[in-house]
Design a protein. Sequence first.
Length: 140
Amino acid sequence: MVGIIIGFILIFFSLQYRKDKISFNYFPNSRVKNHLIKNNIMFSEKSICKMNCFGLDTIMLNEYIVHGNIDFKKSKIQGYTNKLYYLSFIDTTINIIEDSFLIFGVKSDSVELVDVVVNFDIKFNQFSEDSIKSLCHHCD
């Protein structure tokens, strides 16, 4: 019994003073998001153009990843050496609703934001859907 108590105390103090928190990413969604956050994300010209065009901030990218979900049905991962992950995200501050995606390309240890697909809530947005698409036509 004394050994169990001593072991518990040792584990408690060794885990409490760790520099990095221990994270248990058992589910695929958590593992992919953790991989995206821990790596330096490069940006394609297309993704930078679309982020600027849609008014998205690259500083908010980690927030989009943390609160988003990987859509494994759309993602191209099995049988591909260069994997594409579709991360669905919402940003209510600028009326971005469901079916908006950040598309990440993952090659071994590098991560690149390849494309941005945005679905605005047209009811609350001052632009029509056609005018939003024509706003960023130069990015494709």
